[in-house]
Design a protein around this ligand. Sequence first.
Ligand code: GLY
Length: 559
Amino acid sequence: MRCLLHLRLVCFFILLFNTFFAPSLALAQRANGLVVSDSPLATKAGMEMLGRGGNAIDAAIATAYALAVVDQASSGIGGGGFMVIYETKDRRAHALDFRETAPEGVRKELYVKDGRPVPSLSLTGALAVAVPGEVAGLAQAHRRFGSMPMQVLMAPAIRLASNGFPLDATLRYAIDRQQGSIKKFPDLGRIYMPNDEVPAEGELIRQPELGETLKAIASQGANAFYQGWIADAIVETIKREGGVLNSEDLKNYRPVWREPLIGNYRQRTVISMPPPSSGGVAILQMLKVLEGYQLSDLAHNSATYLHLITEAMKHAFADRAQYLGDPDFVKTPVSLLTSKDYGRWIRGRISAAKTHPTRYYGLVNFKPELGGTTHFSVIDRFGNAVACTVSVNTRFGSKLLVPNTGIVLNNEMDDFAIHSTGNVYGLVGNEANSLQPRKRPLSSMSPTIILQGDRPEVVVGGAGGPRIISATLQTILNVLDYRMPVAKAVEAPRVHHQWLPDQLNVENDVAVETKRSLERRGHAVRERGVLGVVQAITNGQDGVKGAADPRKEERARSE
Ligand code: GLY
């Protein structure tokens, strides 16, 4: 089942031609490079640019804009993201932060009523919206690395918005799950439930207003979004709905080039996203711990293996909660957390036979010597690579669709540690990720590129809140330690532990005896359907191969 669904999702062009025994054409497509996203239409947009001679950044921009139309539940121009780039010519890595920022007028008290925290306020409606970064981020990537005109790159997205696209199972599932909220927000309802009911799979979704918005951005640049009629429409909607984001917030938004996080694992170079992503730090920290074990001697997904990686996750997520936040506001001990010494110290605290209470985990115990999002991966014929994760946070973000623009606004404010009870993902935090004007909320998005020598060997990342971190980690281990082909590495059952709540989430396909064995070590095992959605490309002896996670579509079809 998974295999069949997987075939539907992975690189639309290549598989289509392979299916019809046209290997030479398939090879030509491969020779141009590869895009893997979780939408065949978005993949097609990116592949079109590679086929026309564009580079990985061109393809990434076309893919991101197409995703912003065909899956507004996960990402879009009302959201933001991170992009990690490896430029083969200069052998240089770059990390672009176009994460949303908190509006200037925001205060913690706005999320409290009658002395009580109201978690829904950072999730739905105008107070949930942080200043969107995607349009500025993609423009910035284009200015520095793009080789094709923006109008060409945005043309597929404009076509999809203006002419419409057939509703697929995953977007239909998102609409179905959000029916209640969509009905409360008539602007969103006009597009996604026009007759007050969930449209059937295959029905055409048309977004002419979004098409006009995209045309304005394509012809006038990012300023068309942050100033002028689009910005006015956003501000008017926010004001009408009781929010604080204003025109100055939009005008002042800037993406930031950050120093990429670079470490190593088993003779490879790992390049990932630094804070305000927590994903890169957590993944490097866990790899440093796990490097000390000969994982390939342990059976894949055996209880011993899953226990080890779970313990690494518990340490990493404890530190995430304690120390990580926007580096423009707080000092983040990144080099310590990702150091060899700290990894060794954590290994010394891991007991093979049992897990420990939550207070046992994290740097606080270290007396030094001393993780609605979507990810896509691209590799081009020059050897450039892009790992990009974009988000509006949970499905359809704040549920606010700005009239006349088609823009769905994010709800990334919920990624701040506003309430001690944790956010929608149960993630807790402290001062480091506290809510402050102009600050960027901590993210789990983990776009990652792994080099062998100078060659991008793995381009990977995922969606699913904190599960992005554990899912990306396990995919990396599956490829590098267990030598799995990329499709198998993405499909293999996963586990997730985020320190608090103290639960070991285990996908249903993990063997029953393994789950019992984990329980005997003291883990509170909870069975889960889907733990993250990963898009990965590998570039090894067998050439460039990609895999889009079948989980997203599988979940949509099975529920
Ligand atoms: N909004 C999900 C994340 O950034 O982690």
